[in-house]
Design a protein around this ligand. Structure first.
Ligand code: NI
Ligand code: MN
Length: 227
């Protein structure tokens, strides 16, 4: 069992018995987040890509907690240049960590630093995380891709976090097709209603996912759920 808390946008907190893992910890400027980034604890931070709404508060949190930042090569190097402990990975590679396993997947998106430096940060990714006997697929920011079928065939996904906000990522109908491909025990929408271009109705997503016979949970912001 693991405990997961969705903090809005793409920010996911995963707690095992011994470790706290954050994915894309965008807290400052995230209107759905209710926790103070200065008080956040993290042993590991996994980043899908470098956009500001994904790296978020990584540097501050990792400095304070001495967290290990796990990311694709170029982004990991960038975080190392900020003085953080990092582990570099590439898409398709997997690695065991004290909490479990991380495998990066493709994502159809871009990855660059938004802070005016504009640097190329390698490929955007999704990530399959296995911890506490559960497997979570966090798709990152991505358009729909057929290889999601492979991700579903080669992993027993308990929870799939899929972006539905459209404009920058899949919209609802593409994300429903993704849910069909991945065939997860549970699907949850993310990357919606944080900014005007990604306003959408998660209830419509839930209805459409259920209409194809899959389970969907609209994860309440900041509430811990056991999976
Ligand atoms: Ni992005
Ligand atoms: Mn994004």
């Amino acid at each position: 069992m693991v405990k997961v808390t969705y903090h809005g946008h793409s920010a996911l907190e995963i707690r095992t018995e011994d470790h706290i893992i954050l994915v894309d910890p965008f807290f400052t400027g995230n209107k759905h987040n209710e926790i103070n980034p200065a008080e956040v604890k993290a042993d590991f931070i996994i980043l899908t890509h470098a956009h500001g709404d994904h790296i978020g508060d990584t540097v501050e949190i990792a400095r304070k907690n001495d967290s290990l930042v796990i990311a694709v090569h170029e982004l990991a190097d960038y975080m190392a240049s900020k003085g953080l402990r990092v582990h570099n990975m590439g898409i398709g590679g997997k690695r065991d960590f004290p909490f479990g396993r991380v495998k990066f997947t493709i994502a159809h998106h871009s990855s660059s630093i938004d802070n005016g430096e504009g640097h190329y940060m390698g490929e955007a990714a999704g990530v399959v995380i296995t911890a506490g006997g559960r497997t979570i697929y966090h798709a990152g920011d991505t358009g729909l891709f057929l290889d999601m079928k492979l991700i579903g065939e080669m992993n027993h996904i308990d929870l799939a976090m899929l972006p539905i906000g459209d404009n920058f990522t899949m919209g609802i109908d593409d994300a429903v097709k993704a849910a069909e491909f991945i065939n997860a025990g549970m699907v949850a929408p993310m990357h919606y209603n944080t900014f005007p271009p990604i306003e959408t109705d998660p209830e419509e997503f839930r209805r459409k996912v259920e209409s194809i016979g899959k389970k969907c949970i609209i994860m309440p912001f900041g509430k811990e759920i056991e999976i």
